[in-house]
Design a protein. Sequence first.
Length: 326
Amino acid sequence: MSNEGLKPEKLAVLIDADNTTAACAQDLLEEIAKYGIASVKRIYGDWSSPMLSGWRSILLKHALVPIQQFAYTKGKDATDMGLIIDAMDLLYSGHFDGFCLVSSDSDFTPLASRIRAAGRVVYGFGRAKTPEAFRQACDRFFYIENLGEVEKSKDEIGAASTTALADRPEAAKVTAKSRQMDAATKSLLNKSIKDATDEATGWAFVGKIGNVISETRPDFDSRTYGYAKLSGMLRDLRGLQFRTDEANRMYCRKIPYSDLIKLLDEAFNKFKSAKGWASLDVVGKYVKPRWDWQEYGFESFPELLGKVDHVEITNDGMRMLAPAAS
């Protein structure tokens, strides 16, 4: 990915038109622009086919270079071979830092692996049905649905007239349905935070967390879960403290609630009255030197207790509650 102050990466964008609809073009190229300059933009398919009328209507708008690939044999995809040959020629030219392969076809898995073996970055783009082998072969993989496009089924496309497809290239664009952030996803985020944490400071740079995730899950995208950015997911993960540095870079760290709960239990049992309550002020003074809540962004002891389960507080007292039976 291009960084501020560094020369943007030169990218070769190769699109399998037989496997991708024109509805995604604008969002696709805007996404690619986040990672570098699309120095080459080629799109492959049988341009004599009415199925590509949507793409034909926007080639000039997006400066896409169409590459004709005739279907010499029924049932065989000549587009794949033509794209692969061009990709290898571009790779051997040595002029490109990365490649954007736009297809949901697993046939491009060896190509992605070969490009990465040559030290070039590979960004893959495809539908949610894209086989895992191709997704994992890329450095990063983006679901087209997250870019605002959901592919029509072949039956729907076949039933539509050529004129209708040409006049309504955006007809297939709808908002993708977000997934829930399940236990496996939360576990992935927590492990990535741990792996990205600087042992010297205890903080993890959010950008590094994203890189750690991508190393094991190239197809991970916060937009799949309804979040515009990873930082939004992390905030909803709870139990984290955030800060930004002078360059507005975001960092986070785990709040050690397990240590706090042990300390609260110790303090409560030490100072509780016969009625089963302990003074907020007394417990707070005991906890503060041992667990400074202000270091974790809490203004006061009551504010901290409000974030801890199984604690009941009043204006001047607190007590520990037994966890609810599962």
